[in-house]
Write a protein that binds this ligand. Structure first.
Ligand code: NAI
Ligand code: MG
Length: 353
């Protein structure tokens, strides 16, 4: 039997509530399959840990995590700790240390999921975002001058390396080819006259290696409009760190809301553990009420199963999420229901057989 070692970081707010349901699902699947199982070690890192210890994770946290096959993360951030500290010291440190340069975010409207767009069919909203996850605007490069004076100046750089752009764009082309889909690049070459001109140039270069893949290229502002007006135009999408962050929240909004949006942070070479997480935050407004929707965390479990090579289970789990939505009887309030977080988790588990 193959044992997958999972580092669990439930984090803050609703993080622990939704992660518990994801683990129930993993356990049920491994129990039924019988050829693999999951072993978990839970780490108490997050804002509470920070308030006690002055840091978001232990000093040798990255070294500890490096011994696992994957990381399952809830959410980090809570009032009382500035968001740039919680995000940088935990989430972004893990993404960078483990070179998780692919952020894979499905924007797929499942049957039964609420959609604010008029006259849209589920088939029309079926995208997968490949967000660059290691550099760009989130590289942490910049400077702060003349602090606290009237002449204060801040500079935030966007870092785009040839290596970084080529590998993410190539990954997206490969994904498009494996799925028989088109690839759309989203950039902003008219205004960002270094970084995005460079991005577009590399996209054009690499597209020559993939003459079989249909491509499109949009400016980010036009793309946000088109995602709402013509979502069917987007299949596989590749974009920079910042644009991907923003557009996938828009994507979440048109595909059922934050309670359904999942994401995987991948190191495709498998040199380091990859990390799976719902894309929502810790939702302090509903934390502790047991009404958080666990389906986003469960969808990220489906991505984990895909990444481990259990694609049949990954697909089956996504089908089950859809069945639960279509059934409509056991849903959390954000989906218009009255069920608790664990009742939704149980409803998913009950359909795994
Ligand atoms: P958020 O995603 O936590 O919440 C936004 C809204 O969506 C809230 O009204 C919340 O109740 C709702 N919501 C989110 N997830 C839900 C779920 N599973 N079920 C039902 N409703 C859900 O974003 P917000 O409020 O901007 O950030 C809160 C904290 O989370 C901040 O400290 C922020 O920095 C952090 N954050 C952490 C992320 C991460 O760990 N990956 C990602 C985004 C935010
Ligand atoms: Mg975000």
């Amino acid at each position: 039997m193959y044992v997958h070692r999972i580092a669990v970081i439930p984090g803050d707010g609703i993080g622990p509530e939704v992660i518990a349901e994801g683990i129930k699902v993993l356990d049920k699947i491994s129990e039924l399959d019988g050829s693999f199982k999951f072993e978990y070690v839970t780490f108490p890192w997050g804002c509470e840990y920070y308030l006690k210890n002055g840091r978001m994770m232990s000093k040798d946290g990255i070294e500890q995590l490096s011994k696992f096959d994957a990381i399952f993360l809830g959410a980090v951030g809570f009032p009382g700790v500035p968001d740039h500290i919680s995000l940088w010291e935990l989430l972004l440190t893990i993404r960078k240390s483990f070179d998780q340069y692919v952020n894979l975010r499905p924007v797929k409207l499942l049957k039964g999921a609420p959609c604010p767009l008029k006259d849209v069919k589920c088939e029309d909203v079926d995208m997968i975002f490949v967000r660059e996850n290691s550099e760009g605007e989130y590289a942490g490069s910049g400077s702060w001058h003349y602090k606290n004076s009237p002449y204060e100046v801040v500079i935030q750089n966007g870092v785009f390396s040839r290596h970084g752009c080529e590998r993410i764009i190539r990954y997206a082309f490969q994904l498009a080819r494996s799925k028989g889909k088109s690839l759309t690049s989203i950039s902003k070459g008219n205004a960002l006259n270094y970084s995005m001109v460079f991005w577009d140039q590399i996209f054009n270069e690499i597209s020559k290696e993939y003459p079989d893949i249909k491509t499109a290229s949009y400016l980010v502002d036009a793309a946000s409009m088109l995602m709402v007006k013509h979502p069917e135009r987007f299949e596989v999408v590749v974009t920079s760190n910042l644009f991907g962050d923003i557009l996938t929240d828009l994507g979440a909004a048109i595909a059922g809301g934050m309670g359904l949006a999942a994401g995987a942070n991948l190191n495709p070479e498998r040199k380091f553990p990859s990390m799976f997480e719902p894309i929502h935050g810790s939702a302090p407004d509903i934390a502790g009420q047991h009404i958080a929707n666990p389906l986003a965390a469960i969808w990220s479990v489906s991505q984990m199963l895909d990444f481990f090579g259990y694609e049949d289970w990954g697909k089956r789990l996504l089908d089950i999420i859809q069945e639960v939505l279509v059934d409509g009887n056991v849903l959390t309030p954000d989906m218009g229901g009255t069920a608790t977080t664990s009742q939704v988790g149980d409803a998913v588990v009950a359909r795994i057989y």
